[in-house]
Design a protein around this ligand. Sequence first.
Ligand code: DSN
Length: 426
Amino acid sequence: MQKDTLVFDLIRQELERQRRGIELIASENFTSLQVMQAMGNVMTNKYAEGYPGRRYYAGCEIVDQTEQLAIDRLKQIFNIQYANVQPHSGAQANAAVALAVLQPGDNILGLDLSMGGHLTHGSAVNYSGKLYKPHFYGVTREGGVVDYEMLEAKAREVKPKLLICGASAYSRDWDYARIRQVADEVGALVMADIAHPAGLIAKKLLNDPFDHCHFVTSTTHKTLRGPRGGIIMMRNDFENPWGLKDVKGNIRMMSNLLDMAVFPGIQGGPLEHVIAAKAIAFGEILSDGFTAYANQIIKNSQSFATGLVDRGYQIVSGGTDNHLVLVDLRNKNITGKKAEQALVAADITANKNMVPYDDKSAFVTSGIRMGVPSITTRGMKEEHMSFIVDAIDRVLMNADDEKIIGEVRKNVNSFMEQFVLYPELG
Ligand code: DSN
């Protein structure tokens, strides 16, 4: 068969783009070569509907072993009793939890998307806002931190069946114990979506959600640095003390209900090649190297945030506990959209983002979200953050000056040469 040079040329171009630029999209990362290699293998040919040892297809003896390895390693990472590694994405993981515990029309309560929440936490354009009745809490206008009093008041008012915590543009840690307290008071179950900070939680650098939240979901490709995908986890409540039922009206173990919600509930065949890559990534997370990586994320993030503040940038909530910052650009007289475009022209990739109480639309926005997981993977340390802050500041203060942006791009490209990415790929 003839090689499809058109597609492989584009893949090569994407590799060069990733190599020459500064990647600050907070939800991205660079996997190891072996994680990528595992995604391009013969397991993509295998159908394996079901779970290890109980499949609907023959010939699953080998993929059973990779999937079981992924499950066992994930349980070890977070010290948990239950893990499902089949969700194709974080959105699928959240959909499966909702399917397992909610009925259409049930109340759910999550962080407002415009305040840092996620589409799957009840947005009107998402299944979560269409199938269920969404309610929201926000962050405080002054401090930019989760407004727990508002959360508690809303919970008491709407009595959600599922209370969702976690965010995609929030730089502070969560008080899971406080959330669980009000959830118990109003009879809600709690789901923590830790897609963004999971790698930091894995190394105990942030609060542990597992003792307080009934269900914990995540993606595997952000701070966990694995392949694109999702996972569902539980430490306790394994036995379904609430008496939730399956479609036939039988009370089942919570683990069964969650497994059934993933398959056959919302997915068919699992992506066993991706699950093999998840197993590899989970093995890497268990290593000392990943502990050093997670610690370096925090150091880089702190140093990056301090550099921005020193330049007069306003970080929502005033700083960061995790891997990202959300910058309110209103005092710099530039929109998020314009900032994103100017930065991309200088080979610095970050995404525009609404800030809490934004006066601009989601297409324009007043903010920019930036994170350090990718640049930390490339080997950057605290001392490299000042170059990045300088470059960002120069671009944003000269967003219409193509000459200056061209100069910054050149500097960025030569700066990045020292942080070699995938040397094995030539
Ligand atoms: N799109 C992801 C992010 O960038 O945070 C969340 O799904």
